[in-house]
Design a protein around this ligand. Structure first.
Ligand SMILES: Cc1cc2nc3c(=O)[nH]c(=O)nc-3n(C[C@H](O)[C@H](O)[C@H](O)COP(=O)(O)O)c2cc1C
Length: 421
């Protein structure tokens, strides 16, 4: 019987343990988590979502405070189109976050940054170019382009000195999305180094409509394998979404996947950026608690816990401080919903907005509890302690469980409370 460690992911002329820890914004996949994956010979992701805010928390910079001050005059204005990102400051924040992470890297693995196209930031092209280029400047090993088709993203960095040596890949959820992407990059003579195929069971935003349940990762992987074979293209495919055990992973590796990308199991590790009490919510969740809804202003369905505080919250849009989802015209679906409710409830202090949520503010405050479909199984991966809480795991423990387990088994960690004695 095979285990994940019997396989290797080949990127360039090097081999890695074929486990990627997926990007989880905003700073849920922390540097510490990504660094553990790299130390253990796999691949970790940091995220560049809201990186000025992440930088303020980590390095005592004042990017958010300064931006809020600059646009303070607009806070009560319903029109947010004036709010812009200073590209130099965005680059500085990215270089700080990426640079510090790369400096701390040990081991034979890699660190990639997850870059979501849907963070349109009121100037989609310019801000994306800045984010991609400054991550490359700061020495990131690779970039995973996600949450969007990224049809113009390679073009944005084609003149960067690292364009051909960094590992560049894309997340797709269908053969069609990959075909569109490959068609676009054909004239740059630069294929992606890896393709992550994310099925409908993943956490975060889904690359499907509300009919997501009709799709299946194995089928999509088979379709993409067949397409690449027909085109005589050899690009490692990384399967993602709902892979809970090493045995699940082997099921994809044996069929030719280069690796797997996993995330949910790492949400309850010490290195994950979620606060302790939120990790406990993930442990406690039952299957019925895991829902997919349309509250994200991006327009993509998003999976989250039913108890997510962000659902129904009617806070004032935080665009003057954040504004990461402002589209090319300076608008966001939450602003429309919020303004509608304000107009419908004149003079009311606490309004509720049900159809959309202020994703920037709530992700920033860890109040949007996005999660993968297998979250309800996390309680089976640890011990319930005497006080009723669940024991948080180490990233190393979870990584090695994926790497070495067989028979769909999940190894429990050494117990940490008095009962261990
Ligand atoms: C809490 C959480 C946050 C996530 N955030 C992002 C994100 O910001 N960008 C992204 O491309 N994928 C995101 N994902 C998806 C993961 O990177 C990964 O591909 C997927 O969840 C793997 O499936 P699994 O969670 O079932 O292991 C997130 C997943 C989780 C669980």
């Amino acid at each position: 019987m095979k285990r994940v460690d019997d396989f290797r992911l080949r990127l360039g002329n090097k081999e890695y343990v074929p486990i990627m820890i997926g990007g989880m914004g905003v700073d849920i996949s922390t540097s510490e988590l990504a660094l553990e994956a790299a130390r253990l010979g796999g691949i970790g992701h940091i995220s560049d979502a809201m990186v000025p805010d992440v930088s303020d928390r980590k390095f005592d910079t004042t990017f958010v405070k300064d931006k809020t001050k600059l646009y303070k005059f607009n806070i009560n204005n319903m029109d947010k189109s004036v709010v812009q990102f200073d590209l130099d400051r965005l680059a500085e924040a990215t270089r700080l976050h990426v640079g510090a992470t790369m400096e701390a890297k040990k081991g034979d693995g890699l660190i990639f940054v997850n870059c979501m196209e849907k963070l349109t930031m009121n100037a989609p092209k310019e801000t994306l170019r800045t984010r991609l280029a400054s991550a490359l400047d700061a020495g990131i090993d690779g970039i995973t382009m996600s949450a969007g088709l990224h049809l113009g993203s390679f073009e944005l960095i084609k003149d960067h000195p690292r364009f051909r040596d960094a590992q560049l890949g894309i997340i797709v959820s269908s053969v069609r999305a990959l075909q569109l992407f490959l068609k676009k990059v054909a004239r740059l003579n630069r294929l992606p180094d890896f393709v992550i195929v994310e099925g409908p069971l993943a956490g975060g935003h889904l690359g499907f409509g509300m009919d997501w349940a009709q799709y299946d990762l194995h089928t999509i992987m088979d379709e993409i394998h067949a397409f690449l074979a027909k085109e005589e293209l050899s690009i490692p495919l990384i399967a993602a979404g709902g892979i809970f055990t090493g045995t699940d992973a082997v099921g994809f590796l044996e069929k030719g996947a280069g690796g797997v990308q996993v995330a949910t199991r790492f949400t309850v590790t010490h290195e994950c950026g979620l606060p302790y009490n939120v990790k406990q919510e993930y442990f406690k969740a039952s299957e019925e608690d895991i829902i997919v809804n349309g509250v994200s202003p991006t327009g993509y369905p998003m999976r989250m816990l039913r108890q997510t505080p962000a659902i129904g919250s009617g806070i004032r849009p935080g665009c003057e401080s954040y504004g990461y989802l402002l589209d090319a015209t300076g608008n966001c679906a939450y602003i429309n919903s919020y303004n509608r409710e304000v107009l419908a409830h004149p003079g009311e202090k606490n309004i509720s907005v049900m159809d959309k949520t202020c994703l920037c503010t709530h992700m920033r405050n860890f109040n949007c509890w996005t999660c993968g479909s297998t979250t309800y199984r996390l309680k089976d991966t640890t011990h319930k302690l005497a006080d009723g809480s669940y024991q948080v795991l180490s990233a190393e423990h979870v990584f090695k469980d994926y790497q070495f387990s067989i028979n769909n088994e999940v190894a429990l960690p050494p117990r940490e409370d008095a009962a261990a004695a």
